[in-house]
Design a protein around this ligand. Structure first.
Ligand code: PBG
Length: 339
């Protein structure tokens, strides 16, 4: 087919763009993007112990839960169509160390939580984070040398053990968010060798050194460990786009099944570019800072929360995202059910 937009359509008044916007039914018919509960992944913070629930100051409306309560909360959402959760542990400061060995403890918080969740809710997809920041005294995603530089290959060895321990506990998808080089290949080889052929790898392939992760670091209590240190020697420079293609190309070669671009809304140009270049599912992470910005503006009544959040979800889909990780999942499910 060879036509230009001009040849297809005549100008005003033959063409009035507002005709197709003049009533809800026609707007619905010409809508180019759809969004549903199927597109949601709920990131959630898990606490050690039982019967515990804590608020998170920097994320109003979100909580940290011990796994017994978490299962009850998730069960309700799962019944309403939620497909998957991503769990993030709040590790007791006494269990943090230089070598992050708690990360692969088969009886650790994540491993125990995954076992319990999969037992109670076998059809819910469980995604676990592969990175060392909850476990290191430095608050970094990897092991550091004397100067505080994050060591790549030594970290990958630990990540490999962490991922295998998650797979053994029953994690459906391991999601390396650490940005070390070569970790996807190392994890893929180890999963294959140990017969975890269907354990999926969701790579945070293009994860930027963003200023929007603050509330998350508060939620998992790694902020004070990290102190003034930044993650710029491993996470990407937010000024770059070509580099994202290279990262994704490498991770596809190394065995990733899906990739994440992170953060979310300010990075949709990256999503659109990656979708046009690569045949791999792309997820976006609507991160903690984005959640808290919308939440606080809507608490002050500067914006309409429901409208702003649903708009954001359509924007993710329009850019080409297959799914979105968002802390707004519980509200969205409620709103979709009311519509
Ligand atoms: C760390 C990790 C981070 C997030 C998910 N995994 C923070 C960081 O890189 O410091 C942030 C998510 C969010 O802000 O919602 N491995």
């Amino acid at each position: 087919m060879n036509f230009s937009l001009n040849a297809m359509k005549k100008s005003y008044p033959t063409t009035r763009m507002r005709r197709n916007r003049s009533a809800k039914f026609i707007r619905n018919l010409v809508r180019e993007t759809s969004f549903s509960v199927d597109d949601l992944i709920y990131p959630i913070f898990v606490l050690p112990g039982k019967n515990k629930e804590q608020t998170i100051n920097s994320m109003p409306g979100r909580h940290r839960y011990s796994v017994d309560i978490l299962i009850k909360k998730i069960e309700k959402l799962h019944k309403q169509g939620l497909n998957a959760i991503a769990i993030f542990p709040v590790i007791d400061s006494k269990k943090k160390s230089k070598d992050a060995k708690e990360a692969y403890n088969p009886k650790g918080l994540v491993q125990t939580a995954v076992k319990l969740i999969k037992k109670e809710l076998p059809n819910l997809g469980v995604i676990t984070d592969i990175a060392l920041d909850p476990y290191t005294t430095s608050g970094h995603d990897g092991l550091i040398d004397k100067k505080g530089y994050v060591l790549n290959d030594k970290t990958v060895e630990v990540l490999k053990r962490q991922a295998l321990s998650h797979a053994e506990a029953g994690s459906d998808i391991v999601a390396p968010s650490d940005m070390m080089d070569g970790r996807i290949l190392a994890i893929r080889n180890s999963l294959e060798k140990n017969n975890f052929h269907n354990t999926k790898i969701l790579s945070y392939a293009a994860k930027y050194a963003s200023n929007l992760y603050g509330p998350f670091r508060d939620a998992i209590d790694s902020n004070k460990n990290l102190s003034e240190s930044s993650k710029e020697t491993y996470q990407m420079d937010f000024a770059n786009i070509t580099e994202a293609s290279l990262e994704i190309n490498l991770d596809i070669d190394e065995g990733a099944d899906m990739v994440i671009i992170k953060p979310g809304l300010p990075y949709l140009d990256i999503v659109a570019k990656i979708k046009s270049k690569f045949a791999i599912p792309v997820f976006s992470y609507h991160v903690s800072g984005e959640y808290s910005m919308i939440k606080s503006a809507s608490q002050k009544k500067y914006i309409d929360e429901k409208a702003a959040v649903l708009e954001a979800m359509y924007c993710f889909k329009r850019a080409g995202c297959n799914a979105v990780l968002t802390y707004y999942t519980p509200e969205i499910i409620k709103w979709l059910n009311k519509n």
